[in-house]
Write a protein that binds this ligand. Structure first.
Ligand SMILES: Cc1cc2nc3c(=O)[nH]c(=O)nc-3n(C[C@H](O)[C@H](O)[C@H](O)COP(=O)(O)OP(=O)(O)OC[C@H]3O[C@@H](n4cnc5c(N)ncnc54)[C@H](O)[C@@H]3O)c2cc1C
Length: 565
């Protein structure tokens, strides 16, 4: 079984040649000094070394041993704590945090590349630090001075890990149903009571403290989302005493066995408010948005790990002669020469490369949104991040699962048994379609919350931007068709107030998101092709042959839905 190994040069190519990160970052005064290609490449290479040497070797045993619960404590699989201690002490969590908080102030896109590699190598382990940066940003934007003084540096450096405590047994996608109560205490703090489920990393032995960010309801709060406030409660308080937060059990799951998915009970746990009362979801969105991009990167990484395994196997395994083969070597050809196997491998390559272009671009846009001197450019960046993040989260996690399954097919019966480790990727990848807002919720977010309210103005501006850069006539024609559809069908389904006038957009949402994903992929291919300048062969041909035709199908499905509505 071959463990995943990062190819730093492939990541650097997308970042430096396709996206021209140097020129982009040079426009941002806060980051210009970190724009040198040598520096960016060096960080990516060092990240690759850590991931390949430390994390990849722990993946298989982590899956087999899993996280272990005993009397409220959770022991992580062998080597996991040491790896985490080495990780934060080497400064990896602090890459993109502000220098004044103990961070390194480097571009966000380096953290994106790192997270893609971490997830590819060891999804279970990466679940723990996966929430760290979001928690840091959340407290940086919404925490009081006292809260920031207590937690910001510990989260920036990664010395302490963080959780996101939203879900309850009866409240999943609908967080407005959250019941956990927050009772004011005389000293200005609050006592939290309730049960949260499915909390990733709610308890473990990776770090010496765990910082829980918890959605709860104040006594006089109105029902629904507007009654939610955000609180912070640590596992250990400053005086060393343990909080009244208990891990009741961990879930038995289909995959990511190394990640403890915890049922957490809060028994009057002493907490501090983050942000304003009733604005909890607002504050939490900072964390959730960061996590959504990371889950999209998770999809790309998991697909890459599965493709690496399948490619190595396909070059090794020999069965029958490939069509047109003149080979006299051995009794049969490598299955990598059979068109059916090539199709599987090249299709995943097309998804990975375009996913990287889009995800790294989104990470660059996050920095532009924060640091660009021109307000119009900042607004355009905010538009890109808002519209592209749900697409990345949804389409690339779906592909991670279906693509990992296709990679398993390359192994035939050997893929279905554990020996080669490919089945772990299929099991692990499935959850990324569910958490951080299910893929259905992402589609509704894109169409109903982000496209209808402004009469599709933001989306049309994004489509115009894609059209400027799309040389391929197929992509240009498709962009026009989609624009026309947006203009006439979607906007017609909107009331003057900007909400859906019928249930029609809800029926369209999934196809709408997929069609936009394909348009974005087509744009990404035109950028890759321009950077390769007609040189080495790419998976571009595979994209146009086997992936792109889905665009037509999605448009037809949407036309049918409208005709029936
Ligand atoms: C391994 C794992 C780790 C997790 N980690 C965390 C964590 O760290 N913190 C945390 O708070 N939560 C976590 N979760 C919870 C996760 O975010 C929820 O499972 C998810 O939000 C869905 O909620 P639910 O499971 O209650 O499903 P439901 O909300 O009950 O949804 C069931 C189905 O109905 C669909 N659906 C629901 N409402 C709508 C709608 N309005 N329109 C269209 N379709 C709809 C959903 O898409 C889904 O297909 C984790 C879950 C898992 C499995």
């Amino acid at each position: 079984m071959n463990a995943y190994q990062p190819h730093a040069a492939s990541h650097a190519f997308i970042l430096l040649e396709v996206l021209r990160a140097r020129e982009v970052l040079a426009e941002l005064p806060a980051l210009a000094e970190h724009a040198e290609p040598e520096l960016l490449t060096q960080v990516i290479e060092e990240a690759g070394k850590f991931v390949g040497e430390v994390l990849s070797p722990l993946n298989r045993e982590g899956d087999e041993v899993g996280a272990q619960w005993k009397a409220g404590d959770v022991t992580m699989p062998p080597g996991f704590r040491d790896a985490y201690q080495a990780f934060w002490q080497a400064g990896w969590p602090s890459l993109a945090c502000a220098a004044e908080d103990g961070g390194q102030g480097l571009p966000t896109v380096l953290e994106a590349v790192l997270h893609e590699m971490l997830n590819a190598a060891n999804h279970g382990w990466t679940m723990a630090p996966g929430l760290l940066h979001g928690a840091y940003e959340c407290l940086k934007h919404h925490g009081s001075h006292a809260v920031q003084a207590r937690y910001l540096e510990k989260l920036a450096t990664g010395e302490w890990l963080a959780t996101m405590c939203l879900t309850e047994p009866h409240a999943g996608s609908d967080l407005g149903l959250v019941r956990t109560r927050a009772t004011p205490l005389p000293d200005g703090r609050f006592a939290l009571s309730g049960t949260k489920i499915f909390i990733s990393g709610g308890e473990h032995d990776l770090s010496d403290n765990i910082v829980h960010l918890v959605l709860a309801r104040l006594p006089d709060a109105p029902p629904g989302p507007k009654g939610l406030s955000l609180f912070v409660v640590p596992k250990f308080h400053e005086d060393g005493s343990r909080s009244a937060v208990h891990c009741e059990r961990i879930e038995e799951k289909m995959g990511i066995h190394a990640s403890p998915t915890c049922v957490m009970r809060f028994d009057d746990a002493v907490a501090e408010l983050v942000g304003e009362p009733g604005k909890g979801l607002n504050a939490m969105f900072v964390m959730m948005n960061a996590a959504r991009l990371l889950v999209g990167l998770q999809g790309i990484g998991l697909l890459d790990a599965a493709l690496q395994k399948a490619t190595a196997y396909a070059h090794d395994r020999r069965q029958m002669r490939a069509p047109g083969s003149n080979s006299r070597a051995g009794e049969a050809d490598a299955i990598a020469l059979h068109p059916a196997v090539q199709r599987i491998l090249l299709t995943q390559r097309a998804w990975i490369d375009t996913g990287r272009v889009l995800a790294y671009r989104t990470a660059l846009e996050l920095d532009i949104q924060k640091h660009h001197p021109d307000a119009a450019r900042r607004a355009a960046a905010a538009r890109w991040c808002s519209l592209v993040t749900p697409v990345l989260k949804s389409a690339w996690t779906e592909q991670a699962f279906s693509g990992a399954s296709a990679c398993l097919q390359v192994f035939g019966g050997h893929g279905y048994v554990r020996e080669w480790g490919i089945e772990q990727h299929v099991r692990d990848a499935r959850v990324s379609m569910i958490y951080e807002g299910t893929n259905e919720i992402q589609a509704i977010d894109l169409l109903v919350r982000k496209t209808l309210p402004d009469g599709a103005a933001s989306l049309r501006a994004l489509l115009a931007e894609l059209a400027e850069d799309s040389a391929d006539p197929r992509a240009r024609a498709a962009l026009e068709r989609f624009e026309h559809f947006v203009q006439h069908a979607v906007v017609a389904a909107t009331t003057p107030g900007g909400t859906a006038s019928t249930d029609r957009p809800y029926w369209l949402a999934d196809d709408f998101l997929r069609a936009l994903a394909l348009l974005l992929m087509a744009w990404a291919w035109s950028r890759i092709a321009a950077a390769e300048s007609g040189g080495k062969p790419s998976a571009g041909a595979a994209f146009w042959r086997w992936v792109w035709p889905e665009f037509e199908m999605r448009m037809t499905l949407m036309d049918n839905t409208l005709a029936e509505a």
